[in-house]
Design a protein around this ligand. Structure first.
Ligand code: ZN
Length: 214
């Protein structure tokens, strides 16, 4: 499948190095099940990591060695890697094991306006949640105090940045203020992770924030 919005280098490296918080790790792993391009990128970083480790044992590396290595690997990234595993439902395998099944197994909690969420159990440092946005509905507009990763699993949403469909990941940080609106046609289901509370612009969502841990 063609995914338009993929991981950035920082996230690919962090995932390959195994240093992301668990909630981010879950979003990235789920995205990788849907995106050949990001998967190829992560595999390149894993290869670089291995090469750097091997090199450092036998000889002293020049200060540019790592950058050189990255450039070399990036320039001959394979066009296509392993075929993606066959789709089983809405949730790719890494997510199914967290939820204990597909969409039907989720215990949703209403957030108001038809929007629902389910917080997934992960280690501290970042929070992972599933979001259910009815077709045509909006999430209250908000800014970000840290990083927010949003991966679309069903339907699509549009915000100030672009349109995001299944497999697309939006990486938002302090610079972005947005209001995701689910496209008409299908209800939108997303997997999101944040490492800091959001900054809501309206009073009501701000008041409800501690209750919903969003
Ligand atoms: Zn956001």
């Amino acid at each position: 499948m063609t995914v338009k919005h993929t991981l950035n280098d920082e996230l690919m490296m962090g995932y390959a190095a195994g240093i992301l918080p668990e909630a981010f790790n879950l979003v990235v792993a789920t995205h990788l099940s849907l995106c050949d391009e990001s998967r190829a990128g992560v595999e390149s970083y894993e290869a670089v990591g291995g090469a750097v480790l091997e090199g450092s044992e036998s000889e002293k590396l020049s200060p540019d060695a790592f950058a050189d290595c990255l450039r070399r690997i990036k320039s001959d990234r394979p066009a296509a890697v392993k075929p993606a595993p066959a789709p089983v439902g809405v949730f790719p395998t890494p997510l199914q094991s967290y939820v204990g099944g597909d969409v039907g197994a989720v215990k949703w909690r209403a957030l108001g306006g038809g929007v629902k969420q389910a917080i997934l159990p992960t280690a501290k440092g970042a929070t992972a949640r599933l979001l259910y946005i009815p077709a045509g509905s909006a999430v209250p507009d908000h800014g970000h105090r840290g990083t927010e990763l949003t991966l679309v699993l069903q339907g699509a949403f549009t915000d100030e940045v672009d349109r995001f469909g299944r497999g697309d990941i939006e990486i938002a940080n302090e610079d972005l203020n947005h209001q995701p609106i689910a496209e008409m046609g299908a209800d939108c289901i997303c997997l999101a992770a944040t490492d800091a509370p959001l900054r809501f612009n309206a009073l009501l969502p701000r008041l409800l924030q501690p209750l919903f841990r969003i």
